[in-house]
Design a protein around this ligand. Structure first.
Ligand code: BGC
Length: 353
């Protein structure tokens, strides 16, 4: 979600006013109000709401957002992608059922397992593939990349692209079969399901609807690639975060989703690294002890605190949590992990080592 400048101003004001806002949902504000995202414009209506919820031990006031919109840059990226896709489809029809694809990708899964072991768990979460390519050309190492979409939009071939079906809307599902076949034929060995269906402004699906859509769109690729469950936030509001995931896994037991690993996001204060570890452990357990990926995360401190958080805690993600297969910081962009289109920021240096 990419707020307008005016929304960003409102966001800042709300943040300033709500000193007691804490934990998971504050992450949404921080994430959406990053300068590079606030500069895009959109016409959707955003409604902010303040809720009082009871957290495990103490009552806490949280500010949450509601938005029925679509990320502005995603719309632009998708329009381009769609145009490219139409041209590509006209030139080279892609087979939807392909035995050759199946055997290629069993090999790809094996390769990915070993390259992941040598290349580490770190990946690139990006919108602009040029930035990732610049980093890779400059020697930055990451074993995989994703862009919340089903086409890589120009990612260099040395990095494993992981396609995602962002949501169940037609502008994503219409392109899915062609895009996924193309990704598989180019060696993709993992597939990500919906992005934050537990959050109204993101994929926004009930656990039951998500399970049905997962069976429809994602299950067909089981066995050809390893399959991720939808990515959930660490919101602890009713019906969100791990509560949503629990219901999704139950719905999946009934309808038979194919899932090889679960996927989580995390945004919380930099002073509380243990909440990240706890969140990942909880996701792991809800997922029936399957592996876990952390595809978005960021501590909510200043630059120095965030860099210190990464220096002090990435070792835990790499070592202590053996079930955690992969993780990517939010995100590869100038202003976050990068200080210019070719250089890492101090945060980026802390993340990529
Ligand atoms: C959105 C994506 C977007 C990404 C980076 C995610 O939360 O769901 O659509 O591309 O943020 O801006």
């Amino acid at each position: 979600m990419h707020p307008t400048n005016s929304i960003a101003v409102i966001t800042t004001a709300v943040l300033a006013l709500s000193s007691s806002v804490s934990a998971a949902n504050i992450g949404r504000w921080n994430k959406w109000s990053r300068p590079e995202e606030a500069s895009t414009s959109t016409s959707w209506v955003t409604v902010y709401e303040t809720q009082t919820v009871t957290l495990k031990a103490s009552p806490t006031q949280k500010t949450v957002y509601k938005n029925g919109g679509q990320p502005a840059n995603n719309v632009a990226a998708e329009a381009t992608t769609l145009a490219t896709q139409v041209v590509a489809a006209a030139e080279t029809p892609v087979a939807v059922e392909s035995n050759q694809g199946a055997s290629v990708n069993v090999q790809a899964v094996n390769n990915a397992a070993s390259s992941s072991a040598s290349g580490g768990k770190r990946g690139f979460a990006y919108n602009d593939a040029n930035l990732v390519n610049n980093l890779v050309n400059g020697g930055t190492r990451g074993s995989w990349a994703y862009n919340w979409d089903s086409v890589s939009n120009g990612l260099a071939s040395g990095v494993e692209f992981v396609p995602m079906l962002w949501g169940d809307r037609a502008d994503h599902t219409n392109r899915w079969a062609n895009n996924i076949e193309k990704s598989l034929s180019e060696g993709a060995s993992h597939i990500l399901s919906f992005n934050e269906p537990d959050i109204a402004a993101q994929a926004n699906l009930s656990p039951e609807a998500a399970a049905a859509a997962h069976v429809k769109y994602i299950n067909p690729y089981g066995g050809r690639a390893r399959i991720g469950a939808p990515a959930v936030s660490n919101s602890n509001l009713d019906g969100q975060g791990t509560r949503w995931l629990k219901s999704f896994m139950s719905a999946c037991d009934r309808v038979g989703c194919k899932i090889d690993f679960c996927v989580a996001h995390w945004y919380s204060p930099a002073s509380d690294p243990q909440s990240l570890i706890n969140h990942l452990n909880e996701v792991h357990s809800i997922c029936g002890n399957k592996p876990v990926w952390l595809t978005e995360f960021a501590p909510l401190g200043n630059d120095q605190e965030n860099a210190a958080f990464l220096k002090n805690n990435l070792g835990r993600l790499d070592g202590e949590l053996s079930f955690l297969e992969r993780y990517s910081y939010f995100m590869v962009s100038v202003g976050s992990l990068m200080s210019s289109s070719t250089s890492l920021s101090s945060l980026g240096q802390a993340f990529f080592g």
